[in-house]
Design a protein around this ligand. Structure first.
Ligand SMILES: Nc1ncnc2c1ncn2[C@@H]1O[C@H](COP(=O)(O)OP(=O)(O)O)[C@@H](O)[C@H]1O
Ligand SMILES: O=C(OP(=O)(O)O)[C@H](O)COP(=O)(O)O
Length: 400
């Protein structure tokens, strides 16, 4: 894989596929970790005299413009971090993008509007994705892949575009791969994996692989309820991946056969209403045993007994990989499970890797020192799939 240092970028238009998918409260960025992580790559290219064209997705808009998912706040923040003006195109490949890129002087930076405002970006149809990649290719001479959080996506800007331009890996991707590689080669045991979050259908599949690798798997967050349901418990209106119940039953059976310890919540915090994340008005959740979730309520965090149990299960681990918050940590009434796991990681002697946009943001927003963890990865799904040994489209595309 070539790196930026192998490219002659002076005077060239360099397309940087970044992952600027940051958490937003309206137009306010609540955690800019992903922008800070790619900023050195952008600064390096600009200093070397490139015309830098930064592109990213944000959230999951449906292939058409949606102001709630505009990258404008991220472009503004990038400018503040770089200490220079950053131009912003109000579309991705249209007139605004073309004029903005044409107006760049050497060393200047522009950000394009959300890639996913275009249906071609995420299309499953090769021709449709390819046509969008052709349009993106018109905007650049060289391609730098540095959006580690999205390398597991076979999307136009991640997979098809680098095939159309001379390409290299950015410094963030290179650094992420170096650390995660260690976890695939020489993992110190006991190896514990903590999984939570909301992208349940995306991430359940990795358990298949983890059963071969991990000694202990702790499940929390929105992920937990499919497991509780598979055990025969009612989960009310909690997040549930009904179609995955047979697979989950199989995971639990295989874990038992292989001697992999599967740890599920013993109690949870429930409420009839999803909390108001804007006002943060008190949510008044109740604690119930995980086999007694009322039919009209949803589980929104692990409970106090589970917090203690999970901290205990992390205590003697030598390696821990954690992806996905234990609850809706964005609301203070549902942040304690995530806090307990973060603290549990710090209290253990383990080498700890925390992966995922929201998991990394949670660690920082809940007041933990990010430097106290072994590695904070900008990718959750991406790091899980990397550990799984899968070929990641966005990494494969960067190879020579
Ligand atoms: N029990 C739950 N029900 C609904 N959402 C949850 C629950 N637990 C956690 N979440 C949500 O999961 C989101 C993060 O999930 P995900 O995107 O999978 O993590 P990451 O970005 O770290 O990979 C957070 O916004 C959090 O509010
Ligand atoms: O937030 C992301 O992934 P993550 O939640 O697994 O860390 C990436 O930006 C990828 O986003 P996607 O899962 O909508 O493709």
């Amino acid at each position: 894989m070539k790196t930026i240092d192998d490219l002659q970028v002076a005077g060239k238009r360099v397309f940087v596929r970044a992952d600027l998918n940051v958490p937003l409260d309206g137009t306010t960025i609540t955690d800019d970790g992903r922008i800070r992580a790619v900023q050195p790559t952008i600064a390096k290219l600009a200093e070397a005299g490139a015309k830098v064209v930064v592109a990213s997705h944000l959230g999951r808009p449906k292939g058409a413009p949606d102001p709630a998912f505009s990258l404008a706040p991220a472009a503004k923040r990038l400018g503040e971090l770089l200490g220079t003006d950053v131009a912003f195109a109000t579309d991705t490949v249209g007139e605004s993008a073309q004029a903005t890129v044409a107006g760049l002087a050497d060393g200047q930076v522009a950000v394009l509007e959300n890639l996913r405002f275009n249906a071609g970006e995420t299309s499953k149809d090769d021709a449709e994705r390819g046509a969008f990649a052709d349009q993106l290719a018109q905007l650049a001479d060289l391609y730098v892949g540095d959006g580690f959080g999205a390398v597991h996506r076979k999307h136009a800007s991640v997979y098809d575009l680098p095939a159309r331009l001379p390409h290299a890996a950015g410094d963030l991707i290179a650094a992420e791969v170096t650390v995660l590689k260690k976890l695939t080669e020489d993992v110190k045991r006991p190896y514990a994996v903590v999984l939570g979050g909301a992208k349940v259908s995306d991430k359940l599949g990795v358990i298949d692989h983890l059963l071969e690798k991990a000694d202990r798997i702790l499940i929390g967050g929105g992920m937990a309820y499919t497991f509780l349901k598979a055990q025969g418990h009612e989960v009310g209106i909690s997040l549930l991946q009904e179609d995955q119940i047979p697979a989950v039953k199989d995971y639990m059976k295989r874990a038992e056969e292989r001697g992999v310890e599967f740890v599920l919540p013993v109690d949870v915090l429930v409420s009839a209403d999803f909390p108001d994340l804007k006002t943060k008005a008190p949510a008044h959740p109740t604690v119930v045993a995980s086999d007694a979730i009322p039919a009209d309520q949803e589980g929104l965090d692990i409970g106090p007994k589970t917090r203690e149990l999970y901290a205990d299960k992390l205590k003697d681990a030598a390696t821990v990989f954690w992806n996905g918050p234990m609850g809706v940590f964005e609301h203070p009434d549902y942040a304690n499970g995530t806090k307990a796991v973060a603290q549990g990681l710090l209290d253990s002697e383990a080498f700890t890797v925390v992966g995922g946009g929201d998991s990394a943001a949670a660690v920082r927003l809940l007041g933990f020192d990010e430097n106290a963890f072994g590695h904070i990865s900008t990718g959750g799904g991406a790091s899980l799939e990397y550990l799984e040994g899968k070929t990641l489209p966005g990494l494969a595309a960067l190879e020579d």
